[in-house]
Design a protein around this ligand. Structure first.
Ligand SMILES: Nc1ccn([C@@H]2O[C@H](COP(=O)(O)OP(=O)(O)OP(=O)(O)O)[C@@H](O)[C@H]2O)c(=O)n1
Ligand SMILES: C/C(=C\CO)CCC[C@H](C)CCC[C@H](C)CCCC(C)C
Length: 340
């Protein structure tokens, strides 16, 4: 059946991109009450009120025997046409249950990202084992790359509201890995060597544990709908990680109120935290997951980066780990700045 025009009732739930028809080969069967429609991007509207949409051309096969509407589903967001954040969030709301394909799709994405996490740690274990990298540098590079690659993987998950739980499962598995090895219930030498300073398994229960907890928190609370989680992880991974590497290397001039931190380290945190945050937000913008006013976003990220850098420079590491103070401070300041 080819539709040329259609009046949408107010109970229609979501619009999927007409352009996705070309990309998607999967079929979902939905109950009659769910009316999911494809519409060309220029017709996407945020509010699900009655409105008349003229469709260019689309094909929906209608299974009259069950009075169900069989339609093509939307692809993963990277293949979809960029849409506004509110359209993206509102257009794929499955009112009841989750299509089986979505479970399989997000389950596959989870397995792939889990594999990436294991491969990353194994790679740095091999580099440390071969004395290509020292343990300290290996730890910091794992610190920088794990979180940023995790952030970079979020767009491969689907648009369903459950996708964030699939993504958060990855740091959760690594949390269990850190607990089991940190409590010496198991001994993954590769993990211990590439993630600890001196090879003491108990170290896994501090910095690395807090780190994966922050990854879970940002995935569950902020996900792709808000720049806050993205900036918080960019500051923790890109900012704090580089501050350590460059601060140890060039940090001869110490900060007056904290002799363990240096101007070089803090300036590195500010610059790289800012650049990595903007870079990640741009990546999400290109992926069609965020539409940002860049003039205000750049200034907001600059303010957030400065505050996070000041927090990181404070002599409070013995009280609260940087992997907690930096992301939480970033979340607090970003929540304020991005809402005004
Ligand atoms: N603003 C900063 C931050 C770090 N450093 C250097 O990097 C080292 C480690 O920094 P820190 O962030 O405290 O590392 P930790 O978080 O304690 O180490 P890890 O992440 O490995 O637990 C510091 O001793 C210092 O030599 C610095 O000079 N200036
Ligand atoms: C050394 C670390 C923190 C101390 O400051 C980082 C610990 C990293 C974890 C052991 C592994 C975390 C993996 C991520 C949850 C997922 C990465 C996926 C990506 C595709 C590689």
């Amino acid at each position: 059946m080819t539709l040329t025009s259609l009046t949408l009732s107010s109970n229609h739930h979501h619009l999927l991109p007409f352009s996705s028809v070309r990309h998607c080969r999967r079929h979902h069967q939905l109950r009659t009450s769910d009316t999911t429609l494809f519409a060309p991007p220029q017709h996407w509207n945020n509010n699900n009120n009655s409105s008349s949409l003229s469709f260019v051309k689309q094909t929906i096969t209608k299974d009259t025997s069950h009075n169900n509407v069989r339609f093509l589903c939307s692809p993963p967001p990277l293949l979809a046409v960029p849409v506004s954040l509110s359209q993206r969030v509102s257009r794929f709301v499955v009112p009841r249950g989750v299509p089986v394909d979505d479970l399989f799709y997000n389950g596959g994405a989870t397995v792939a990202v889990l594999g990436g996490a294991y491969a990353l740690v194994s790679a740095f274990d091999a580099l440390t084992h071969r004395n290509i990298l020292n343990q300290g540098l290996s730890r910091k590079l794992v610190h920088i790359m794990s979180g940023l690659l995790f952030l970079a993987s979020w767009p491969i998950f689907s648009n369903s509201t459950e996708a964030r739980y699939f993504a958060a499962f990855v740091p959760f598995v690594n949390l269990l890995r850190l607990l089991v090895n940190g409590l010496s219930l198991a001994s993954d030498e590769g993990l211990i060597k590439s993630v600890t300073r001196e090879g003491d398994p108990k170290e896994l229960l501090r910095g690395p544990l807090y780190y994966v907890l922050m990854l879970m928190l940002c995935a569950l609370v902020f996900w792709r709908e808000s720049p806050i989680g993205v900036v918080s992880l960019a500051m923790m991974c890109g900012g704090d990680g580089v501050a350590d590497i460059l601060g140890r290397r060039f940090g001869s001039m110490k900060i007056p109120y904290n002799q363990k931190k240096s101007w070089a380290g803090s300036i590195s945190m500010l610059v790289f935290g800012f650049l990595v945050s903007i870079g990640m937000l741009y990546y999400y913008s290109v992926a069609g997951l965020m539409q940002l006013n860049w003039e205000s976003t750049v200034s907001r990220v600059a303010v957030v980066s400065l505050v996070a850098t000041i927090v990181e420079s404070l002599p409070v590491t013995k009280v609260v780990d940087d992997n907690i103070s930096v992301p939480l401070a970033t979340m607090a300041v970003a929540s304020f700045t991005f809402s005004h």
